[in-house]
Design a protein around this ligand. Structure first.
Ligand code: IPM
Ligand code: MG
Length: 372
């Protein structure tokens, strides 16, 4: 069997603990890998003014895939004050490392399955099995934002958007602008990924999520491209929904949905909703997937208040490792990890605090490993 090169990016907070538990499972399933540690997270922002140092970017350029734990991020003003003294006052800006990884490596698919494993006491309802495809590189995450607004931008807006009355007469720092940028290419490829997945996995329906009735330019373009792709998959049922409405319908009729595809921000939001329906952030796993690299992570944050306590549920990260194996083509090992995880959940003997038990993060990892 091939030995894979895997970047190991624990980050900080509980990221370190959930990755430790996941490693127990990857070793137990017999995954052959050289793991290389990568620096990422708050500590590197404070010391180097870069939460994703260039050496880690270089590492990501030479591995088959990466496992990422979690990182702490703080508001811009706090970030500035926690910088090493010699780095302060230089106007350095904190940028989210995960958003940067997605853009630097064009990890355009964010794949987020939300499955209710039988016996999980946190399931909203049994039988839920959703898969969210979130566009991962553009939209409101384009990073094109202004606060205060530069004069040239204000001038263009004043000239081209005279209908927007609220900012007539405002000073440049009385408002802020974040650009939602969606491309035809970016929309097309995420929708295609969703339909191809549906076809490959025998899924019946893809729901296109948007708000094209209000956000006409960008969501209109997304929806237009989505419909073109859908027409090429006559074997898959297609429907669409506004993002606000889908939040109600998902809760009301969760079993009526299957694969959902959405622009970046809506995908971010509905995937948290989906995760909560199947047990919360301890069950929300995420794959950031491009053509050359995949970065797999739990969708939760670093939960600083639990850091060092080995208390949180590592299942989201363990399922992310299963997604990594699937993406690498090691689907048999992926299947075994999922089956082992499902067995531990179903038995209900080992449960972390979120599930009503008092097993530790590592107990959970070991219990799943023992099933392998
Ligand atoms: C996620 C997270 C990230 C996002 C944050 C941590 C930047 O919420 O992966 O869903 O907004 O994409
Ligand atoms: Mg999120």
């Amino acid at each position: 069997m091939k030995t894979y090169k895997i970047a190991w990016l624990p980050g900080d907070g509980i990221g370190i603990e959930v990755l430790e538990a996941t490693r127990i499972v990857l070793d137990a399933v017999g995954f052959a890998a050289d793991y290389e540690h990568g620096d990422i997270g708050w500590e590197f922002w404070c010391r180097e003014a870069d939460a994703l140092p260039q050496r880690t970017v270089d590492l990501l350029g030479r591995v088959d895939a990466a496992m990422f734990g979690a990182i702490t991020s703080k508001p811009a003003k706090v970030a500035e004050t926690e910088l090493a003294p010699e780095l302060q006052g230089k106007g350095l800006k904190y940028r989210s490392p995960i958003v940067r990884m997605r853009q630097l490596f064009d990890l355009y698919t964010c794949l987020r399955p939300c499955k209710a494993y039988p016996g999980n006491p946190l399931n909203l309802r049994d039988g839920i099995d959703l898969v969210v495809f979130r566009e991962n590189t553009e939209d409101l995450y384009a990073g094109v934002e202004y606060s205060p607004v530069p004069g040239e931008v204000a001038e263009v807006l004043g000239r081209t958007a005279p209908a927007f009355k609220p900012f007539a007469g405002l000073a440049l720092d009385d408002y802020a602008v974040s650009c939602k940028i969606n491309t035809r290419k970016g929309s097309e490829r995420i929708v295609r990924a969703a339909f191809e997945f549906a076809r490959q996995h025998g899924r019946k329906k893809v729901t296109i999520v948007h708000k094209a009735n209000v956000v006409r330019a960008t969501d209109g373009l997304f929806f237009e491209e989505a419909k073109k792709v859908a027409a090429q998959f006559p074997d898959i049922q297609t429907d669409d929904a506004n993002v606000d409405a889908i939040c109600m319908w998902l809760l009301k009729n969760p079993l009526s949905y299957d694969v959902l595809v959405a622009p970046n921000l809506y995908g971010d939001i509905i995937s948290d909703l989906g995760a909560q329906m199947v047990g919360g952030l301890g069950f929300g796993c995420s794959g950031n997937i491009g053509t050359k690299l995949g970065v797999f992570e739990p969708s939760h944050g670093s939960a600083p208040k639990y850091a060092g306590m080995y208390k949180v549920n590592p299942i989201a990260t363990i399922l992310a490792a299963k997604m990594m194996l699937d993406w690498l083509g090691e689907t048999e090992m992926g299947r075994r990890i999922e089956e082992a995880t499902a067995a531990v959940i179903a038995e209900g003997q080992v449960r972390t605090y979120d599930m009503g038990g008092n097993a530790t993060t590592l107990d959970m990892g070991r219990a799943i490993a023992a099933k392998l």
